[in-house]
Ligand binder design. Structure first.
Ligand SMILES: NC(=O)c1ccc[n+]([C@@H]2O[C@H](COP(=O)([O-])OP(=O)(O)OC[C@H]3O[C@@H](n4cnc5c(N)ncnc54)[C@H](O)[C@@H]3O)[C@@H](O)[C@H]2O)c1
Length: 260
């Protein structure tokens, strides 16, 4: 069956899920894991990279259980050698690279006076420099394969403040990082876009905050948090040829929150 990402190789960075499963779910799902599984269901061979090899392996195993092609690699995006290693492992496993999703994003610190310099540096290293490094190593390979697409995962926090200065600063900076790469590499037939999720019921949120559904649902025009699958669907769209004339831009997926 021809599917939207048939014949493509996708590298999903931050493709594990590092929190508890939702009640009734066997496997914990976050934006990265849902995206990896959704890419495989659309026919891509998927390399799952995560700082935790165990979490990446769980995602790859879930894909293989469904009959898809997947492998896993350990990569902490704050370490340049491991960013390069993730791209090299993808080429070794699947002989090419066409698509990449930079899903890693952490949140430490608070507002200006509640964020230490060390916390700010960590946020820059993981949420921004990591995306820069992943693109720096992936883009030449994607160009070699004749082109492809990259999606960087930002946040509504790029546009709205909730007193998390380093999260908001890095998520805003990602918009510029993506735009710049998009313009430079359009000539290589590589599209680069950014996705801005709103409030999503993800694995990481359940670990850090717990169940926030009743606390936030009434603020959201669609009256509920989004699911990681709804983020994954939007990312698959941006990776696919359905988005063939879309580059250097942002897609908000937030149930109408930003419009309010
Ligand atoms: N969940 C939300 O409500 C929400 C809202 C807006 C934006 N986002 C963004 O979506 C992305 C995914 O968030 P999520 O909550 O779905 O998490 P997720 O469940 O997709 O988990 C993220 C994964 O990243 C991995 N990771 C963390 N640090 C890493 C590092 N240094 N190197 C490599 N891997 C690392 C973790 O082990 C984890 O498996 C993040 O960029 C986040 O900022 C989430």
């Amino acid at each position: 069956m021809q599917t939207r990402l048939s014949g493509k190789v996708a590298l999903i960075v931050g493709g594990g899920a590092d929190g508890p499963a939702k009640a009734g779910e066997k496997l914990s799902i976050g934006n990265g894991r849902a995206t990896a599984i959704a890419c495989a269901r659309e026919g891509a061979a998927v390399m799952v990279a995560d700082r935790s090899l165990e979490l990446a392996d769980q995602t790859a195993a879930a894909i293989r259980d469904e009959g898809g092609r997947a492998a896993a690699v350990a990569a902490d995006v704050s370490l340049e050698e491991q960013c390069r290693g993730a791209v090299e492992a993808t080429i070794r496993a699947f002989s090419a690279l066409h698509l990449m999703v930079n899903n890693v994003g952490i949140a430490v610190g608070g507002n200006l006076l509640k964020t230490t310099t060390a916390q700010f540096d960590t946020m820059l290293a993981v949420n921004l420099r990591g995306h820069f490094l992943m693109m720096r190593y992936a883009v030449p390979e994607i160009a070699k394969a004749g082109g492809g697409a990259i999606v960087n995962v930002s946040s509504l926090a790029a546009l709205r403040s909730n007193s998390q200065i380093s999260y908001e600063a890095t998520k805003s900076a990602l918009l510029g990082l993506s735009r710049s790469a998009a313009v430079s590499h359009a000539r290589d037939n590589i599209r680069v876009n950014t996705i801005l999720p709103g409030l999503i019921d993800s694995s990481m949120v359940r670990r850090l905050i717990g169940d926030r559904e009743s606390a936030v649902a009434t603020r959201i025009p669609l009256r509920r948090q989004g699911t990681p699958w709804e983020i994954a669907n939007a990312i698959v769209f941006l990776l696919s040829d359905d988005a063939s004339y879309i580059t250097g831009t942002e897609l908000i997926v937030d149930g109408g929150l930003a419009a309010r």
